[in-house]
Ligand binder design. Structure first.
Ligand code: PIT
Length: 181
């Protein structure tokens, strides 16, 4: 796919793959370990659409756009980082930073009360992540509680995920276009 850097070696040769930790319409996320370093990551398998008219899998342009956004965002403490990208024919595999704390939404629902101090600390991090995206000219366009993950249960550190609908926005007309959909 255009403008995307892929690793050429097969994913399974470089990583050991473990349990499923999430799933969506066209994707499954599994925990994996890079054999060379023993570092853990989250592998998001995105199923590629084979035939344009099919409803199975995601069109290649949509996958390419998501990968480009992740590659352009580089490192920010409140945005999930991309380590490597593979293409095994059936799937594009995104090797992402592993976070284990689950959704912010779950975390808040389990709590009896959340102080205004804690709430504002969460909001502050969400806005810092967004501000980083905006500084690169990228809009998330799918911000919701499911797409805000916690690094771990006992640390109040937030990571934004899911750039499947994200767009590079350069002209005002394009923004209007997106909002109308
Ligand atoms: C994790 C743990 C987990 C889910 C994810 C990462 C998913 C991340 C993700 C999903 C996207 C995307 C970028 C990152 O565009 O349970 O470490 O759709």
């Amino acid at each position: 796919m255009e403008g995307i850097e892929y690793s050429t070696q097969p994913f399974e040769e470089l990583y050991e793959v473990f349990e499923e930790i999430g799933s969506g319409q066209f994707a499954v996320v599994r925990r994996c370990v890079e054999k060379a370093t023993c570092n853990e990551y989250a592998a998001k398998y995105i199923r590629k659409r084979r035939v344009a008219s099919s409803r199975r899998g995601l069109p290649l342009e949509a996958i390419a756009r998501e990968v480009r956004v992740l590659q352009r965002l580089d490192k920010h403490q409140n945005i999930i980082s991309l380590h490597q990208v593979f293409d095994n024919g059936q799937h594009v595999i995104l090797v992402l930073e592993l976070v284990r704390g689950g959704e912010l939404f779950e975390h808040i629902s389990e709590r009896e009360r959340l102080s205004e101090e804690e709430a504002s600390a969460f909001l502050h991090q969400i806005l810092q992540g967004l501000s980083h995206m905006h500084s690169k000219g990228i809009a998330h366009l799918d911000l919701k509680p499911e797409n805000v993950l916690l690094l771990s249960k006992n640390r109040q550190h937030i990571k934004l995920i899911d750039f499947g609908l994200s767009r590079e926005i350069t002209k005002a007309e394009e923004v209007r276009d997106l909002m109308g959909k």
